[in-house]
Design a protein around this ligand. Sequence first.
Ligand code: SF4
Length: 722
Amino acid sequence: GQSLRRLESKSACPYCGTGCGVIIEHDGQHITGVRGDPDHPANFGQLCSKGSNLHLTSRGDDRAREPLQHQRGSESWSPLRWPEALMQMAKVWAEIIHTQGPQAVAFYVSGQLSTEDYYVANKLAKGFIGTNHIDTNSRLCMASAVTGYKSSLGMDSVPCSYEDFDSADCLFIVGANVAYAHPILFRRIEAAKLRRPELQIIVVDPRRTPTAAIADIFLPIQPGTDVALFHGMLHILIWEGFLNRAFIETHTEGWEELKARVQNYTPQWVAETCAIPVADLRAAAIAFGQAPAALSLWCQGLNQSSHGTDKNVALINLHLATGQIGRPGAGPFSLTGQPNAMGGRETGGMPALLPGHREVANPEHRAEIAALWGVESLHPQPGYTAVPLFQALERGEIETVWITCTNPVLSMPDQTQVQRALEKARLVVLQDSFLGTETAAYADLLLPAASWGEREALVTNSERRITHLRTAVPAPGSALPDWMIFRDFAFILGDALDTLNHPLPSAKDASWAVRAQRMFNFADSTSIFLEYRECTRGRDLDITGLDFSVLDNQGPQQWPYPEGAVTGQARLYADGVFPTPSGRARFRDPEYLGVAEEIDARYPLRLTTGRLRDHWHSMSRTGKVAALFASDEEAFLEIHPDDARRLNIDNEMLAKVSSRRGNNILRVRVNADLQPGLLFTPMHFGRRYAPAALCNQLTLAAIDPISGEPEFKHTAVRVEPV
Ligand code: SF4
């Protein structure tokens, strides 16, 4: 008789940056169930609605099983074998590299990739091909937190831990709907509040979100006014004598300039600018200032802004001025949106970065990585971030793009620009685990990638904790782990460059093929990890003491974990020494600037976008689970009752919302939890679910000048009944 095997493999949830540990139940061939891992310190066995339905998302007709060639503009997809597919691609890429130079090819990858994938993709782009045009969808998510941390603290390192939730006396939650976007972290916050009702929770959000429901103080600020709010709070902290002068004196620089800056941010002016009562502003500042330990949590509300870096540094100022950092329960804690956005940052998965938190623009950093990779030199100029990358593609400056594990046609701002860019491209390669995404319509070649549960991987969550994900079942068809596709492509590209007699940078290697074999000699995840680990030696994220056996025996670990360590590190900067040239943290003093597209007579309303509780990104997975549709079946437009009345729009009616770039038809939900003049629509629904409701047809491509992150959180629109 047939024996029913019941097997279990440890993994982590592939959705949000909480990074919950999961145990995959399977029979060696199929995933049959999933439950929370009781030993994982991110979730202690709990899972949210998305995570607990994961087992229903991994198979189905929409899985990519074999390489496919696509006739653009048609539904015709024909199967190819791997060597043929990679050869076709390599021929075009080699020709472009040979005739136009390596800057004419680009990669657009994803915070869903594993650390190993990110490392190999970067080595391929920056080390082998010589282009820094490799950006990631994390650009749309936490890029402003990266630039904020670096600007203020010297390094892109989250200094806090989830355990700080349990010891904080004040939680300052800004622009983060934790209840929906990080549900398990929200449960931890709720539990802390139950245990210690004196815990002060301040929530800042233009919408009264479910997160705001547990706030002691709720500040529904006008979208985009965060810098004014933080400067106003600092003004009050100075006035009320809540500064930690010893900390400012010993551990910071730039205080006098900031103090002069915030002088004009009087409570009255700030309250008017933010459209909040002055008494609430004062109460929030005093709650923060009085708390023995204050912890800030933020997410896209600060980051997705044309002044996202300014918002991050202005918030960090509050912690530095009060010495609220490096102690239990205190610090500025950016919540990561995606499961491995942090791993991407670590391995240099952005156009200005190199592995080990190094910078492309820094000659010493380039020399160190060039030596580790055994290449002569690295291109000194940072590549394009996402929005300029797709603009360069439209201009023809970049001729081909390899999109991996992301759906830019749905998720990038000003969607029609991205569509034009992809139509213009000579070759669009899409590597994904799922068929039929909005981006697939523009692809010439689809490469099937193994997915969650089908491959070994490392990921780092929001609190710097590295989890080892094990393989449970085989990938469908001939789908491969992403890193393996990058590796195999390097081999075939090497041959194609040799065929064209493309000049080698030096006589070090006999040919491009030999060079590829030398650089991508990766047999498995371990060999990639060991090479990447070496890139972290002596850096702030040093993990030279970690290996797979430590992770398997002791469980997921936080970095740094240098050689000789016996445990990871829960908190950074406890000694008050910061990784800046002077060893001091830097106060920054940005002026408050408004939103990129102000409202006017033609577009008099403000639209903001965001996540729902039960869906994830463009719904490749969550769109397959009936139970997850139960709470929200379709895209919708939330509008304040006063605006609805004025515009003659009723609940459940369809309305047309238009911006300077496009329009959507959406079902209306009248909702008094918004401020008058503000609208909300979810980000998830694509053409498959709501053909006339693609929210990023409305949004604009304005980006933060430092972080390159787009302003998804504010678009000027008008609404009319249909
Ligand atoms: Fe997954 Fe995030 Fe839910 Fe945890 S909180 S189960 S990581 S979606």
